[in-house]
Write a protein of this length. Structure first.
Length: 67
């Protein structure tokens, strides 16, 4: 089964927090003040974080998941 999930390129993230503010599930945190971390097991792939990211480093992908 395929599901959408958001992923962050942590090497390019500047920890601005834009994604944190728009996530409707509150599953994104800024880790160590350096990069955003998404709890991918809880992500529904809505894409709001990707749209809000000023650096365009969050991507919504399809991943295979077990039911």
């Amino acid at each position: 089964m395929l599901r959408k999930k958001a992923i962050v390129n942590i090497n390019e993230c500047v920890a601005c927090g834009s994604c944190v503010k728009v996530c409707p599930l509150n599953i994104i945190t800024i880790e160590q003040g350096v990069f955003a971390k998404i709890k991918t097991d809880k992500c529904v792939g809505c894409g709001k974080c990707a749209k809000a990211c000023p650096a365009s480093i969050i991507e919504v992908i399809k991943v295979e998941v077990d039911k």
